[in-house]
Design a protein around this ligand. Structure first.
Ligand code: PLP
Length: 354
């Protein structure tokens, strides 16, 4: 089996597993004042420091995942501001930014900075821009967007869920959303990093945890695992990804790679094979032991038309695109298995079409 669906969730890293298991044995609640509580608190605060060391500087608020971190930033900071949101943002961001103004992207999927600049002229704003797109891996120019926001007195929220741990994040933006399971940690933890003393209105009030920013006992095993995953080194996956794309282009010059020529995550390829439905491709590859996804896999098994590819100007071809996203432990053998399975699938489909 070759698991090539890391953008849906990364395989658990051994460091993360060890840290999560150790935290499972801590009996105390991090908010309790007794010795067991203090022991749990130490693990929680060490995790907070590790996240800030890796992605900071800033205040770290632990959440249940990337969706909640984005929602906390957007719903919590939007008061009195127009929300400006990139057209290719994740549904988690689009849902939290409902009623906001959509900013277009170009054919490569990169935010149109001139549209952002123009929209910023119209009053106080909260801009929501992802560092890397989950479907195509395309990177937005966050540093440039941050400079425009700074000049206009606007806030910039960066959804760094896919970029964190895979590329160096620019130290830009007022808030940053992270997700533990996309880093190779357990599912169930995320974080919002806040810079410049920002205080979003809490989504969940409760017992005053996370300095009143997020009520509820912190999921310590998932948080400890997330921090350990964040500290683990990331192998350079670009050579494997480039080799995969080069092989496919030789086998099938008709393929189209989304965001080709744009800066992209080193692990992601969104590949369209004209005339071949994405679902058919995903099933054929699954039967051959290769796990990939069609469109955005975060949408609970449903394969909807990709709003990302639509925003990039794709028509019918969007229905023929699969996403290959290499995990931290991908090998040359995984690439080989994928290429062989994909070539066999393509040959079968073209025989059927003939
Ligand atoms: N933002 C992006 C860019 C994502 O890709 C995802 C999940 O795929 C999320 C946010 C949501 O993160 P989570 O699954 O941790 O809620």
């Amino acid at each position: 089996m070759s698991y090539l669906d890391a953008n849906a969730t990364e395989p658990l890293r051994p460091e993360a597993r060890a840290a999560a298991i150790a935290a499972l044995d801590l009996a105390g609640n991090p908010s309790s004042v007794h010795a067991e509580g203090r022991a749990a608190r130490r693990v929680l605060e060490a995790a907070r420091e590790a996240i800030a060391r890796r992605f900071g500087p800033g205040a770290v608020v632990f959440t249940a995942g990337g969706t909640e971190a984005n929602a906390l930033a957007i719903r919590g900071l939007a008061a009195g501001r127009r929300v400006l949101v990139g057209a290719t943002e994740h549904p988690a961001v689009l849902a939290a930014a409902t009623g906001g103004v959509t900013l277009p992207v170009d054919g490569r999927g990169i935010i149109a900075l001139e549209a952002l600049e123009a929209a910023l002229l119209e009053g106080p704003a909260l801009v929501c821009l992802m560092a890397a797109n989950n479907e195509t891996g395309v990177l937005h120019p966050i540093a440039e967007a941050a400079a425009l926001c700074r000049d206009a007195g606007a806030l910039l929220h960066v959804d760094a869920v896919q970029a964190a741990g895979r590329v160096t994040l620019p130290e830009a933006g007022d808030s940053l959303a992270l997700s533990g399971h996309k880093l190779g940690g357990p599912k169930g933890a995320g974080a919002l990093l806040l810079r410049g003393g920002l205080e979003p209105a809490p989504l969940i009030a409760g017992g005053g945890q996370e300095r009143g920013r997020r009520g509820g006992t912190e999921p310590l095993p998932a948080i400890a695992g997330m921090a350990a995953a964040a500290e683990a080194p990331m192998p350079d996956l670009a050579p494997l990804r480039d080799a995969l794309e080069a092989r496919l282009r030789i086998i099938a010059p008709e393929i189209v790679i989304a965001g080709d020529g744009a800066p992209r995550l080193p692990n992601t390829s969104c590949i369209a094979l004209p005339g071949a439905a994405a679902e058919t491709q995903v099933i054929a590859l699954d039967l051959a032991g290769v796990r990939v996804s069609a469109g955005a896999a975060c949408s609970s098994g449903k394969v909807a038309r990709s709003h990302v590819l639509a925003a990039m100007g794709w028509g019918e071809l969007a229905g023929c695109a699969i996403r290959v996203s290499l995990p931290w432990n991908a090998t040359a053998e995984d690439v080989e298995r994928f290429v062989e399975a994909w070539a066999a699938m393509r040959a079968r489909l073209s025989r059927r079409a003939a």
